[in-house]
Design a binder for this molecule. Structure first.
Ligand SMILES: [Fe+2]
Ligand SMILES: [Fe+2]
Length: 311
């Protein structure tokens, strides 16, 4: 990223020039809080329980999405962003990347702030309080990968996860602004976030191509084969969360579990996440990640790339 790009980032980011959604007054319109097309169980819910219950469920899904964003920004991305900015990773990071990491941290803190504010506005608009508590599933998934791989340093695992989540253009960020049946507040929020995230994608692509080849080969050998699990930690639907949403709107625990398993079949996971992963996989390819056969085999075993015989 050139000097000009840096100044563009500094001047054009959401916190400086984007829509000021914090504290904005919205009116309750007959619109969805979240795109129903992204939540497979809404059709069945509408048919069996009616539109008011769908509205309640989509409001809970939106709260979960906003909470996921807050947790991702502050607990994952900004943790790594601060290490990069302050030069605290074991690999020396060039000055221009460290400077941009300060802008990254500022952006993400803003995204978390607006997410919290939008949740408050939606609660005032709808009168529905958030009913699903607890941490989003990706944090437990990362902890599980860490527990299975005690030889991998936490900073390396977190840095790899941050790169994965920041190089994936999230399907939801692209789809929400386009869905005219969704509340303008939510669409404007997702659009402004998407614009910042395009810059972050470029930043993390450049960062990873610097960082990965400079890691000790033993670290790369251990970290490479768990990268597909970190990709899935970000992309996998949060089954526990959706089950709680359905219970919150009146389904029994058994029904909620059955509906969620039917909505998000494990078998379709590999295929459905391949498309959003393409940018991340290209970054990995350029950095030489997939040259390691154990790593390439691990990606193929999860269905994220073709197996060696098909490649
Ligand atoms: Fe963000
Ligand atoms: Fe970001």
């Amino acid at each position: 990223m050139s000097r000009d790009k840096y100044m563009e980032w500094e001047g054009d980011c959401w916190v400086r020039r984007g829509p000021r959604l914090v504290g904005s007054a919205s009116i309750r319109e007959r619109l969805d809080p979240f795109p129903r097309g992204l939540i497979p169980y809404t059709a069945k819910l509408s048919e069996l329980r009616g539109p008011a219950v769908v509205d309640q469920a989509l409001t809970q899904v939106l709260y979960g999405y906003l909470r996921f964003t807050e947790q991702l920004e502050l607990k994952s991305i900004n943790r790594v962003g601060q290490w990069i900015a302050l030069g605290e990773l074991p690999i020396e990071i060039p000055r221009h990347l460290r400077s941009r990491a300060f802008l990254l941290v500022r952006d993400e803190a803003h995204h978390a702030t607006v997410s919290d504010d939008v949740a408050g506005q939606i609660e005032r608009l709808t009168g529905y309080p958030p009913l699903v508590a607890g941490e989003p599933g990706f944090l437990a998934d990362i902890a599980a990968v860490s527990n299975r791989s005690p030889g991998i340093h936490e900073a390396d695992l977190e840095t790899a996860f941050a790169t994965i989540s920041e190089t994936l253009i999230s399907g939801s960020l692209a789809l929400i602004p386009k869905d005219e049946s969704v509340l303008p507040l939510v669409r404007d929020y997702a659009e402004a976030h998407k614009v910042d995230e395009a810059r972050h994608q470029a930043f993390f692509s450049e960062f990873f191509e610097w960082w990965w080849p400079r890691l000790p080969s033993r670290t790369r050998g251990e970290l490479g084969p768990v990268l597909p699990d970190l990709c899935l930690a970000f992309l996998r639907p949060d089954i526990g969360f959706h089950q709680q949403v359905l219970e919150a709107v009146g389904l029994s625990p058994r029904q909620a579990r059955d509906w969620v398993l039917e909505s998000f079949p494990e078998a379709s996971l590999g295929a459905s996440v391949r498309r959003p992963l393409q940018v991340t996989l290209r970054v990995f390819q350029r950095a030489g990640v997939l040259d390691d056969s154990a790593t390439a085999d691990a990606f193929a075993a999860r269905g994220l790339i073709d197996g060696s015989r098909d490649r």
